[in-house]
Design a protein around this ligand. Structure first.
Ligand code: ZN
Ligand code: ZN
Length: 487
């Protein structure tokens, strides 16, 4: 919570970790541009835009919205945020929190859910990272197999699944590693004899996953082949020479015959002299991996929100980055890898290079809805949670509208007069990410005093407001905010 004093100003500055990362990127990004130019290359425009926007994110000198509390005269300066989707930890963190809350409140039905993590082979990751249409098709192919399984297991051939997928483009080493996190209803919806939609649950076993991963891998590769993507996974039938069949399975490390036909040879992995138990409900085939061991009961909405935050998390957590005395960035791993790797170290140039790699293509959706949760699905209205506070939302909208009309200030480059205040209110929300208008001091609704931007003005005003005030109070861990309190 912000520290308060008489006539205080709350400035929503970023925390030390955020500033540290920005310093590294400010150093590494020009190096990256120079190095590429030396090789006669340049970053695509959308990647360059991403870096420039990130470097200005939360920079007080670029501008802010100035809010004032009518009852206690508390001032609050809300800085610009870049709203980029690539790697900004601050905007990514906000998007994660808002997105997870939205999924739990408005999208994911109140039924049992399961996370399905789908990883594609190395040779496919580069292609899927660059071609959103292919990533989309591969995901659809995989979800078709999953839905077939749920229908079979519940005995509801007309049942429909529903899922929300976050496409994660990164691994724990800030590496490009496109994979899918699917929050899936753990069963199907189907109409009963009385016409009402009902949920039928089915939970897969490890053996089920072992079968499914083969189906998913073959389905995805078949789909890719139809798009003209050449692959070395052959789904062609080998000729009738029986040895050929066995050789094909042997090459792929699978079993050809018996009840485990088509599945991986069971492996006992020894790590540090000890037997390594493979995770349950986790299986691999031809570089495709499916992990589906995280399941939540219908009532665990808190757990569901945690899961949603996890699948929507941004690639970089500033608290895992540390600047070393030699200028390198040390990025800590969440978990120590099996080979003992606990962190990686990157020079500013190397970090910029890794960040550039994970920026998504322009306009590619990173969150996708399927089945009954798709935007146009016939059963969607019947299955999603009922909006708890649509009255509250309407009230919010009215209030911000009134506030804008009363104030009437327009920023150069903002919507032209006559565009209507809804536009302006939306722009304000979008650009400044004002998360509520409550006064940090008394909780009353604040009003917009000014939107400040342009050469020099933000710095002059900020300096004036903060003159003769104490140094910033250090932000609490993970909060990402500093507060200047008045003397
Ligand atoms: Zn940002
Ligand atoms: Zn107040």
């Amino acid at each position: 919570m912000p520290v308060r004093a008489a006539m205080p100003v709350t400035v929503e500055l970023r925390g030390a970790g955020d500033r540290q990362l920005r310093e590294i990127v400010r150093e590494g990004f020009p190096q990256l541009v120079r190095e590429l130019a030396r090789h006669g290359r340049a970053l695509p425009r959308h990647v360059e835009r991403e870096f420039k926007a990130y470097l200005g994110c939360g920079d007080a000198a670029l501008g802010f919205a100035w809010l004032e509390c009518g009852s206690c005269k508390h001032h609050r300066l809300v800085l610009f945020s870049c709203k980029t989707r690539g790697f900004c930890p601050s905007c990514g963190g906000r998007r994660m929190a808002e997105g997870a809350a939205n999924l739990v409140d408005k999208v994911i039905p109140r039924v049992a859910t399961r996370q399905w993590v789908l990883t594609v082979p190395w040779k496919r990751r580069w292609l899927l990272a660059r071609r959103p249409d292919l990533a989309d098709g591969v995901l659809r192919a995989a979800l078709r197999a999953v839905e077939r399984w749920y229908r079979g297991a519940t005995g509801r051939p007309g049942g429909r699944c529903g899922s929300v997928t976050a496409i994660q483009r990164f691994g724990s080493a800030v590496n490009l590693n496109l994979h899918f996190h699917v929050v899936h209803i753990d069963g199907v919806f189907d109409r009963g004899a009385d016409g009402a939609l009902r949920f039928f649950r089915a939970a897969p076993t490890t053996e089920d996953i072992e079968g499914l991963v083969v189906e998913i891998a073959l389905g995805c590769e078949r789909w890719l082949a139809r798009q003209g993507v050449a692959g070395d996974v052959e789904d062609a039938e080998p000729d009738d020479d029986a040895q050929g069949v066995l050789q094909l399975a042997s090459l792929g490390g699978t079993v050809a015959l018996g009840e485990r036909a088509g599945r991986k040879v069971r492996r006992v992995v020894m790590l540090g002299g000890k037997e390594f138990a493979l995770a349950p409900r986790c299986a691999t085939f031809e570089g495709y991996n499916v992990h589906a061991n995280v399941a939540l009961p219908a009532h665990d909405r808190k757990g569901l929100e945690r899961l949603c935050r996890y699948v929507l998390r941004p690639p970089l957590a500033v608290d895992r980055i540390e600047r070393r005395p030699d200028g390198r960035a040390r990025v800590g791993m969440k978990r120590v890898w099996s080979d003992g790797t606990g962190a990686i170290e990157l020079s500013p140039l190397e970090l910029a290079e890794k960040l550039a790699a994970i920026v998504p293509p322009p306009r590619a959706n990173q969150v996708l809805y399927h089945g009954v949760l798709a935007g146009n699905a016939a059963w969607r209205k019947e299955v999603v949670p009922k909006a708890a506070s649509s009255a509250e939302a309407a009230r919010e909208a009215r209030l911000s509208l009134r506030l804008v009309k009363k104030d009437g200030k327009r920023r150069a480059g903002g919507p032209a007069p006559g565009d209507g205040s809804i536009c302006w209110a939306e722009l304000l929300k979008r650009v400044f990410a004002v998360d509520g208008w409550a006064c940090p001091s008394c909780g009353e609704r604040m009003h917009l005093r000014a939107v400040v931007d342009g050469a020099g003005a933000p710095t002059r005003i900020l300096t004036g407001l903060l003159r003769a005030r104490g140094p910033p109070v250090a932000p609490p861990e993970g909060e990402g905010r500093a507060v200047y309190a008045g003397a």
